[in-house]
Design a protein around this ligand. Structure first.
Ligand SMILES: [Zn+2]
Ligand SMILES: [Zn+2]
Length: 361
């Protein structure tokens, strides 16, 4: 049995770098359509960090010990008996919704990400058979996408969050050209959301952040196309947005902070009849915010959630990256070896100069 180093997530929230088995073709639920991938890079997502952090109040942890990491870029090493869509040597990214029943009401609508019969974490390879914080991972061929030649492997660690952002902006929110959008939270995901709004012709686009975000994250957001930058610690977000929109409010709000105040704020800054997405916090949970329901009722606000992606989001993400409609390169700010994972996680969770940090197994 061949062994490798893997960064293993425990149900307690702990992460440990330990010896794990190299996955073997034929010995997993995807066989004979299984693909062995040699991981080039795997991004550290906010959800990975929150699960590992000291304060885990309300945070949902992995159901079993498993190699973590879901923002995976790699090269096909070996293919299972009946694999036809990829070949050894192909550079690929991994769609994360891999296990779904295919016949429940949600699956019948093509919404495999919220399969009605499989719990969220059981629906994803990185919580079941293992993710990309190891030299090798195994994936079903149907959930692999070949990378275009002009998209580098390093920038492609952001393909999963890009697909997720397309899921938020287009699939869930149906944001249209000309609509005004406020994006709360200027992390890599916030800046991706902004670029996608821009790419489809929405605007003006406003981004909020904290004082610590001003020199780097908000500056980068501005460089990449945000129309207005608001420092929530220096300016009053509600009155600033009222001022920009002539007292009406924005057409759409994308909350991506996972904090309580922006969730409350979202209902005040959206216009009557507008749309709000609450996305910060993601699958980990643990964000409890009091909500004045009358605001939703009286303003007839559409409040939505989002999780992962559907195949459309992935094809669109790859097309946007290939044609330069989104610029991923400036958002991957640091790379660490798997051995130095702790340093990478610390940096990703504390530095205001980090956007996406990737590990290289
Ligand atoms: Zn993620
Ligand atoms: Zn289903």
């Amino acid at each position: 049995m061949e062994m490798m180093k893997g960064l293993v997530a425990y149900p307690t929230g702990d992460l440990k770098l330990e010896e794990v088995k190299v996955p073997v073709l034929g010995e997993n639920p995807y066989a004979p359509h299984d693909v062995l991938i040699e991981v080039q890079y795997c991004g550290i997502c906010g959800s990975d960090i929150h699960r590992w952090h000291a304060d885990k109040t309300g945070v949902q942890s992995v159901p079993r010990k498993v190699v973590a990491g879901h923002e995976i870029v790699g090269v096909v090493k070996e293919t299972g008996k009946e694999v036809t869509s990829v070949n050894p040597g192909d550079r690929v990214v991994c769609e994360i919704v891999t296990n779904f029943c295919g016949h429940c009401p949600a699956c019948r609508e093509g919404r495999y990400n919220i399969c009605n019969t499989i719990p969220a974490m059981e629906g994803r390879a990185h919580f079941t058979t293992g993710g990309g914080f190891a030299k090798y991972t195994v994936w079903p061929e149907w959930q692999l996408h070949k990378l275009p030649d002009n998209v580098s492997s390093l920038e492609a660690v952001l393909m999963e969050p890009t697909a997720g952002s397309i899921h938020s902006v287009i699939t869930r929110m149906g944001i249209k050209a000309g609509e005004s959008v406020a994006i709360l939270g200027p992390g890599a995901r916030g800046i991706l959301l902004m670029q996608i709004c821009k790419a489809i012709g929405a605007g003006p686009i406003l981004m909020t952040g904290l004082e610590r975000d001003v020199p780097f994250r908000l500056a980068r957001a501005k460089d990449l196309g945000a129309d207005y930058i608001i420092n929530a610690e220096k300016e009053d977000v509600r009155s600033r947005i009222a001022e920009i929109t002539g007292g009406i409010g924005v057409d759409a709000v994308l909350e991506n902070s996972g904090s309580v105040e922006p969730i409350k704020e979202s209902l005040d800054i959206v216009r009557k009849g507008g749309k709000v997405l609450w996305a910060g916090g993601g699958i980990r949970g643990g964000v409890i915010a009091p909500v004045d329901t009358s605001k939703i009722i009286v303003k007839e606000i559409d409040v939505k959630g989002e999780i992962s992606q559907i195949p459309y989001d992935w094809y669109t993400a790859i097309q946007f990256a290939q044609t330069g409609r989104v610029n991923l390169h400036p958002l991957v700010t640091h790379v660490f070896s798997l051995d130095n994972w702790r340093e990478g996680f610390e940096l990703a969770s504390t530095s205001s100069e980090a956007l996406r940090v990737a590990l290289q197994p």
